[in-house]
Design a binder for this molecule. Structure first.
Ligand SMILES: Nc1ncnc2c1ncn2[C@@H]1O[C@H](COP(=O)(O)OP(=O)(O)OP(=O)(O)O)[C@@H](O)[C@H]1O
Length: 810
């Protein structure tokens, strides 16, 4: 696709951003309202931002102009951040982590449920490709050095003679088989000839013709039927990448390479233009600012009879001094965002409410809290509006096709001039400050006053005081390089390599009736597709971007639970792969015998916390997460699982918003743990539910199609029905045992049947009803679920009270 395609797409997206942000601001203006009012509004906004995210991702991935890309990235990150904020608002609204899309909103925006699932921006990994590759190679090399991992198998290298011998032997075998077949046919013919005495008659020729024509006609009909079924989507096309898709991927890659070229040209130009401008203007600007300032100070002195106070650099320097003494308040400073002004109003309202202590009002507040909802203020909305306005002002109506999407020199010059002027102003300000101090001292001496203390040192002390409040962790390894710490953790098996898994490979349908059920007052059970979306929203999207992680609602730790084979490990690997994260394995079984003793444990925790920050984004993973908190350790367990019991909370609480570090626990039997301690550690709990019919059916269709084993003879719906108590992992292992190499070769002549898989499945373990009911009753004890139940109960009580009051009034 061409530059024009992506520029047009960006233009359209910009218009959609205006629509979305206006709708968003309207929601903020609504203030506090009933919970039911917010549901469709927030759901619609979530879908809008999801669509925007995927459009902006496409544009950012393919756009060439480097300066335009900077704005697109700002838009992309703001959109991502706002999407996460809305998600957390929806969670607060429903008091459930699962947020089902409103049917009406989907229809209104003409979006399918699949499109309403957020995509993972490609830049998360693409912009760090080299770094990720280097780290992977480092891990593999270290492991090979230690003899843990066998080196990759080298491709088979043959001499010409060896190759000829292999081809010859295969060719001779083929000829032999052909000759054998030929001889067999001759023998059969001879035998037939012996039986049928007499010559072939004309009726025999007709019989042959009839059979042959029938065969041809049936074959053509079958072919036409298949084509028609393919056209209307009743049958899936054979699993092979189409040429058009391959070609479009190639073109995309060419554009990405071109993008890199444009970017390096841009970076080079930034340096060159800055140097040139400095050489031309530095001295002149220096003199101009100096003269201006001196003139202004002397005028001020003449007007007021005293010397002005010079603001510090953080307070804006001489620019702030002009605006403060001149027109009054700086217009920029006074301009506050609609969102924040709303907030201040809201906070004023809430303060007023607090002051009112009458009994009636107290009651009303409680009712308000239960029935009403208030959206949290946004850190991203204003930035998105600003970036979009900037795009509209600078780029929307410009035709860059002529310049082949190269950097804009004038823009760089303007920006660099501003930067240089600011830098010089800071230097001149510093000079002026000392000149003013000298003048003030001389002035005071003249008037026989004691010199006033300047404010600057005082401020310094205060600021220093503030900083010292922050507790600094003791660095136990101050003299070691990151590389040596990295190597140590790899050697000890704490940092582990992981296979590349895409989150979209986690197969599952979404719940299509979720929103409808909620409207009817029932709580729907999520499907596997909803779990995939939740993992994206809580784990992948915040971890991938530094800006988003710093300002979006913080999720420090997640507990993923589910029976064996439900895909817990797969999800952890997908989180790491999609964000290019380092995987630290703190599973009890993995740390047995490593870093022994109390001091060893302190060192282990220190290393994990330090290196995970240095190599961020990082995922700290603990399998069998319930084990540190079990009440009684079985005697057969030699792993000392309680080693980390006391320190886990410390590790998790030590993750700050600016650290792109996520703690993930996975567990098969979370109910074995002491619940209070478990929930102290994990702020979010994701339980993988029993595989639903839709997800199982989708999984069979996808996997069998890929294996080339899908045929009309295979009863897919029957097969999906009998699989309903197995996890996807178990189903896949059954398929794997059925589809041996020999069976694969037979597929063309003997199609796979559901029975074959079902027989294999009967040998494997399903998820037993006891385990399912244990999981269900445990789920009711999770903090979010408890909160939801309390809320529902309070709502019912209030309704009852109202009814009673109404009855008493009558
Ligand atoms: N929804 C799914 N879509 C595709 N593959 C899946 C899905 N769920 C599980 N799998 C596959 O099933 C296999 C087992 O999954 P995994 O090892 O992640 O399960 P687990 O829950 O960690 O099991 P355990 O608790 O026994 O360690 C993996 O090959 C994984 O790819």
């Amino acid at each position: 696709m061409s530059n024009k395609t992506y520029n047009d797409l960006l233009c359209d997206t910009s218009e959609l951003i205006v629509e979305a942000t206006q709708a968003d601001e309207a929601v903020f203006e609504a203030g506090s309202a009933e919970r039911s009012t917010f549901q469709p509004l927030l759901s619609e906004l979530r879908i809008r931002y999801t669509v925007l995210l995927s459009r902006l991702d496409t544009v950012y991935d393919q756009l060439l102009q480097p300066q335009k890309r900077l704005i697109v990235k700002r838009l992309l990150e703001a959109c991502l951040g706002r999407l996460l904020e809305i998600k957390h608002d929806l969670v607060e609204l429903h008091l459930s982590d699962f947020t089902y899309d409103d049917d009406e909103s989907l229809k209104k925006l003409a979006v399918t449920p699949h499109e309403a699932e957020p995509c993972i921006p490609q830049y998360f990994v693409r912009e760090r490709e080299e770094e990720i590759e280097k780290r992977k190679t480092f891990i593999t090399d270290t492991l090979i050095k230690l003899g843990h991992e066998s080196p990759k198998q080298k491709p088979l290298v043959l001499t010409e003679q060896q190759a000829v011998i292999i081809i010859q032997s295969h060719e001779r075998a083929r000829q032999g088989r052909l000759r054998g077949q030929f001889m067999k046919e001759i023998r059969l013919l001879k035998e037939k000839g012996r039986d049928q005495k007499g010559e072939m008659t004309a009726s025999a020729a007709t019989a042959i013709q009839r059979v042959w024509r029938g065969f041809i006609a049936r074959r053509d009909t079958r072919k036409r039927k298949k084509e028609e079924q393919l056209l209307i989507g009743m049958v899936l096309p054979p699993y092979s990448e189409s040429k058009a898709v391959t070609r479009s991927e190639e073109i995309k890659q060419i554009r990405r390479n071109l993008q890199k070229e444009r970017d390096s040209e841009f970076q080079k130009a930034l340096v060159e233009i800055e140097e040139k401008l400095r050489a031309q203007h530095e001295v002149k600007i220096n003199e101009r600012i100096g003269d201006e300032l001196r003139r202004w100070i002397s005028e001020y002195y003449e007007r007021t009879g005293k010397l002005p106070e010079f603001p510090s650099e953080e307070a804006g320097g001489s620019r702030a001094m002009y605006s403060r003494q001149g027109t009054g308040v700086d217009s920029n400073l006074s301009k506050s965002s609609p969102v924040s002004s709303k907030d201040s109003k809201k906070s004023k309202e809430s303060k007023d409410k607090k002051n009112n202590k009458s009994e009636d009002n107290k009651n009303k507040h409680e009712v308000d809290d239960v029935k009403n909802f208030n959206c949290r203020s946004s850190c991203f909305l204003q930035d998105m509006v600003n970036a979009n306005e900037e795009y509209e002002d600078i780029w929307k109506f410009r035709d860059d096709e002529i310049q082949h999407e190269k950097y804009d020199k004038d823009m760089i010059e303007r920006e660099k001039m501003l930067k240089i002027e600011q830098e010089i102003r800071n230097i001149v300000d510093e000079l002026m400050r000392s000149e003013l101090e000298l003048l003030q001292a001389a002035f005071d001496r003249d008037r026989a006053h004691k010199g006033k203390k300047s404010k600057k040192p005082q401020k310094k002390v205060r600021r220093g005081g503030k900083k010292s409040k922050k507790k600094k962790e003791k660095d136990l390894t101050p003299d070691r390089t990151t590389e040596s710490l990295f190597e140590e953790l790899v050697t000890n098996g704490i940092i582990r390599p992981y296979p590349f898994v895409k989150i979209d490979d986690f197969i599952g349908e979404k719940s299509y009736v979720g929103s409808e059920m909620r409207n009817q007052g029932q709580e729907p059970s999520p499907c596997l597709g909803d779990i995939r979306q939740l993992i994206k929203e809580y784990c992948i999207l915040p971890l991938g971007s530094e800006t988003v992680r710093a300002s979006a609602p913080l999720v420090r730790s997640v507990l993923i639970t589910g029976p064996s084979g439900s895909g817990k490990k797969m999800l952890v690997q997908a989180i790491c792969s999609e964000t290019g994260a380092m995987l630290f394995d703190l599973s009890p079984a993995n740390i047995v015998g490593k870093y022994p003793g109390k001091s060893g444990l302190i060192m282990l925790i220190h290393l994990v916390m330090k290196v995970s920050r240095l190599l961020q984004p990082s995922v700290i993973w603990m399998d069998d997460a319930e084990k540190p908190f079990v009440k009684k350790v079985p005697k057969t367990d030699k792993t000392d699982p309680k080693r980390l019991k006391k320190d886990l909370v410390k590790i998790i609480k030590g993750i700050l918003p600016e650290d792109r570090v996520l703690f993930i626990g996975t567990s098969k039997t979370p109910w074995d743990a002491e619940q209070k301690l478990l929930f102290q550690c994990y702020s979010k709990v994701i339980q993988i539910p029993r595989a639903d019919y839709g997800s199982i059916s989708l999984m069979w269709r996808t996997k069998l199609h890929r294996a080339g084993a899908l045929s009309p003879r295979l009863e897919l719906s029957c097969l999906s029905r009998v699989c309903d108590s197995y996890t996807i992992g178990t189903l896949l292992s059954a398929l794997h045992s059925v589809l041996t190499t020999k069976r694969r070769l037979q597929l063309r002549v003997r199609a796979l049947t559901a029975q074959e898989i079902a027989v294999q499945l009967s040998l494997l373990e399903p998820v037993y009803a006891e385990q399912e009911s244990a999981a269900e009753s445990w789920w009711l004890k999770t903090p979010m679920e408890r909160k939801r139940q309390r809320h529902l109960q309070r709502l019912m009580e209030l309704e009852q009270e109202n009814e009673e009051r109404a009855a008493a009034g009558k």
